[in-house]
Design a protein around this ligand. Structure first.
Ligand code: FUB
Length: 354
C-alpha cells in the first residue's frame, strides 16, 4: 500500500504539476472540526492552502507552509476546497473554490511569482464561473491556451444552477452555452436554486447526467475569455451523453484533464460510487467518450486525483483516509505510477515493494 506523502498535516485533492523541473502538489488542507457530517460536505471546513514539492518521485517532500488563507480573501466566507495551479507569463496562479458571502460556491484565483507562493488573491471571484473543483489545463502542445474546468454535484452545488424563467431575465444569473458539444445546443441562463442544495441531482429514465463545465481563460488567467460550455461525456455503447441514473459512470466532481499522445483525457470522480473514471476525446472542449476506471474506491467517502508526467513516467496522485483510520474529512495524499497500454487505456503500475 502506498504511504501518505506527508503525515504532519492532512492533505487531499492533490493537483500535481511540474514547474521548473520540480514536482509541485497543490492539495486541500484538511482539518479537524466539530461540524456534524452530512451529505452537503459541511465537515470539509478547510481554511488555508499549503504547497508541497519533490525533486524526484522518491525524494523527501517539502511543505512550503501556508500560502493562502481564507481570511485574506475578501469574497470568501468559508470552505477552501480542492485547488489547482497553472503558470503563464512567468507567474503562477492558484485556482480555488470557496463559498462566497451568500454561501454559493465560486471559483477564485490568486497570483504568485514562484510555484511555492505566497499567493495574493484577487478581490473578487472569476465572474461567470461557479461550483467547485477548478482544474486548469494549459494546452502547451497546441498554442498554450488555458482551459478552466469546474463542477461538482451535491455539496458542489452544480445541480443548483437551473434554467431561469422569463421573470429571471433581468435578474442575477450565469450563462451556459450548449453550442459546441453541449447536451442540447442551446444557450441557457442559469439561476441559483438554493432548495436543490445537498444530495440532489437529476434522476429518472432517459434523463441526462449533469455536465461539468469548461471555459477558456484570458491570457492574464484572471477572467474568462469564452462562454461557459458543458463538457459532455458519452456512453461508448450508444454515443449518447451518460444518463443521470448511471451512478457508476456519471460525473460527480474532481475534473482533471491531461494529454497523452495527442489524445485528451478527462478524468473525474463518480462520487457516491467512489470510482476515479476517465473518458477520452480529440478536443479539450469534449465530447469525451467514457473509457473505464483508474482507481477503485479508497478508504473514505471522497476520491480525487491528478495525473502528471514527471521525469519520463506517469503518476496518479490521489488521497485516502488510512492515516486518520477512516475519518472522511481527514485525508492524506498518495501517489501511484500509471502506465498506458497500446490502446491508450490507463492501468495502475505494479506497486514497488520497499
Ligand atoms: O475537499 C473537499 C471536496 O471533497 C473536494 O472539492 C471534492 O472533490 C472532494 O474531494
Amino acid at each position: 500500500m502506498s504511504k501518505p506523502l506527508v503525515s504532519h498535516i492532512y492533505t487531499a485533492d492533490p493537483s500535481a504539476h511540474v514547474f521548473n523541473n520540480k514536482l509541485y502538489i497543490y492539495p486541500s488542507h484538511d482539518r479537524e472540526t466539530t461540524i456534524p457530517f452530512n451529505d452537503n460536505g459541511d465537515q470539509y471546513d478547510m481554511a488555508d492552502y499549503h504547497v508541497l514539492s519533490m525533486d524526484t518521485i522518491t525524494s523527501p517532500v517539502t511543505d512550503h507552509g501556508v500560502v493562502l488563507r481564507d481570511k485574506d480573501i475578501p469574497w470568501v466566507s468559508k470552505q477552501l476546497w480542492a485547488p489547482d495551479a497553472a503558470t503563464k507569463n512567468n507567474k503562477f496562479y492558484l485556482f480555488f473554490p470557496a463559498r462566497d458571502q451568500k454561501g454559493i460556491f465560486r471559483i477564485g484565483v490568486a497570483v504568485a511569482d514562484a510555484p511555492e507562493g505566497p499567493f495574493v488573491p484577487q478581490e473578487d471571484y472569476i465572474q461567470g464561473m461557479y461550483s467547485i473543483d477548478p482544474a486548469v489545463f494549459v494546452d502547451e502542445e497546441a498554442g498554450g491556451e488555458a482551459y478552466l474546468y469546474v463542477g461538482g454535484i451535491w455539496g458542489g452545488q452544480l445541480q443548483c444552477w437551473v434554467e431561469g424563467t422569463d421573470e429571471d431575465e433581468d435578474g442575477e444569473g450565469e450563462w451556459v452555452d450548449g453550442d459546441e458539444g453541449g447536451v442540447d445546443g442551446r444557450k441557457k441562463r442559469l439561476v441559483f436554486d438554493e432548495s436543490l442544495s445537498g444530495p440532489h441531482e437529476p434522476a429518472g429514465q432517459g434523463v441526462r447526467a449533469l455536465c461539468p463545465r469548461v471555459a477558456l481563460l484570458k491570457d492574464d488567467m484572471l477572467s474568462l475569455a469564452s462562454s461557459v460550455k458543458e463538457v459532455v461525456i458519452l456512453a461508448p455503447e450508444t454515443g449518447e451523453p451518460l444518463l443521470a441514473d448511471d451512478h457508476e459512470r456519471r460525473f460527480f466532481e474532481a475534473a482533471w484533464v491531461h494529454r497523452y499522445q495527442g489524445t485528451y483525457y478527462f478524468s473525474y470522480s463518480t462520487g457516491d460510487t467512489h470510482f476515479l473514471a476517465y473518458a477520452t476525446g480529440s478536443s479539450p472542449w469534449g465530447p469525451f467518450t467514457y473509457r473505464g476506471r483508474i482507481l477503485d474506491p479508497v478508504l473514505g467517502w471522497t476520491t480525487h486525483h491528478s495525473i502528471v508526467e514527471f521525469q519520463g513516467r506517469w503518476y496518479l496522485f490521489y488521497h485516502d483516509c488510512e492515516l486518520s483510520e477512516g475519518v472522511d474529512h481527514l485525508r492524506s495524499v498518495k501517489v501511484r505510477e500509471i502506465v498506458y497500454d497500446d490502446e491508450g487505456a490507463i492501468h495502475l503500475a505494479e506497486e514497488q515493494t520497499p
